[in-house]
Design a protein around this ligand. Structure first.
Ligand code: ACO
Length: 311
């Protein structure tokens, strides 16, 4: 298919479907992004799973379990969307993409390489991490690849619940004892900058953005989304009575946005290289799960084959 015709097609807000002709670099860009996104969902279950057995009440435990199960479901929709792009040349089947992640060849979101040290971190993950994820994913509902766009609609609905449950945990802590409020503040201090890094590098340092925008995969830039997130989140922190850990944060009357300090980009790139506080632990946990649970997969395949033979 002629490239210009394809660009005209997606730029006129038409959707591309799995069997349609598409440029190879469009297919590659989607496989890269969708599979990284899927890995983020399943690795993202780990920091929260750390607190299931220590949730402070049955109600909290049930909500946390439901949320973590939702993340597994998001991974499932996204791996399924990625698989629709498998064309024999570009490998996009679930085993290949997942094994790339286990081998450290494929990225997942930097945020999941930070540990969850207190119960308040579960609140901060819902409020900030899922809040940042929604900000990014609402725009992805309008991306040009049909299966990815449709998966995002459902994911966004569930992410909204996640964001609310996180904020409610922090609201409870902030209205509790002095120690509980301090726990919430410490958590905000730890998660603020890593949450801002979720949006990716600044626009002028983002190698994929231009192509992604042209292909209507990304609909808004990393910096635009980060700014919007800050603008909506700072008043939420104020409502909690917490202080955002950025001495340069200031409302700008002229731009009608918050000005904010420089992100710790060295830390971001170290985490991407595998040197974050929990990178090694996360990958080792996933590798161990794959080894130890291989028999479940084998049994399921054997059972499915048996059913097929009996037909
Ligand atoms: N964590 C890890 N890697 C990142 C991050 C991050 N926070 N931000 C950017 N990167 C990577 C990109 O994947 C890219 O790597 P690659 O070229 O080796 O694949 C590189 O850094 C340069 O960044 P960009 O050129 O800006 O990359 P891109 O245009 O793909 O934008 C973004 C990055 C915004 C994360 C985009 O891929 C996206 O929207 N992805 C889908 C949403 C998603 O994956 N969210 C993860 C969190 S979801 C959750 O909370 C469960």
């Amino acid at each position: 298919m002629e490239l210009q015709k394809f660009l005209d097609y997606v730029q006129a807000e038409n959707k591309v479907e799995p069997k349609d002709m598409m440029p190879e670099d469009y297919r590659k860009l989607l496989v890269r992004q969708i599979s990284q996104h899927a890995h983020s969902e399943v690795v993202g279950m780990l920091p929260e799973a750390n607190w299931i057995s220590r949730a402070p009440s049955l109600r909290r435990k049930m909500a946390l379990l439901a949320k973590i199960q939702d993340e597994a479901g998001h991974g499932l929709y996204l791996y399924a969307a990625s698989e629709t792009l498998n064309d024999g040349t570009i490998r996009a089947d679930r085993d290949s993409t997942y094994n790339d992640m286990l081998a450290g060849k494929a990225k997942y979101s930097s945020i999941f390489n930070y540990p969850t040290l207190s119960w308040a971190d579960i609140g901060a993950i819902g409020w900030l991490v899922d809040g940042a994820a929604i900000m990014n994913q609402v725009m992805l509902m309008g991306n040009s690849y049909g299966p990815y766009a449709r998966a995002m609609v459902r994911i966004c609905k569930e992410e909204s619940f996640h964001q609310r449950q996180g904020y409610e945990i922090l609201m409870t802590l902030c209205r509790g004892t002095k120690e509980q409020k301090e726990m919430a503040q410490q958590s905000l201090n730890r998660f603020w900058w890593p949450a801002l890094m979720m949006f990716g590098p600044n626009d002028d340092a983002s190698p994929n953005s231009q192509k992604s925008m042209n292909y209507r995969v990304k609909r808004e830039s990393n910096d635009a989304l980060r700014q919007r997130f800050i603008d909506v989140t700072v008043p939420q922190a104020e409502f909690l009575g917490l202080k955002v850990p950025d001495k340069n944060l200031k409302w700008n009357e002229e731009t009608q946005h918050y000005d904010f300090g420089e992100l710790p980009w060295d830390e971001f790139y170290e985490v991407l290289k595998g040197n974050g506080p929990a990178n090694k632990k996360r990958l080792e946990t996933k590798r161990k799960a794959q080894r130890e649970n291989a028999w479940v997969k084998e049994a399921a395949i054997a059972f499915a084959e048996k059913l097929e033979l009996e037909k």
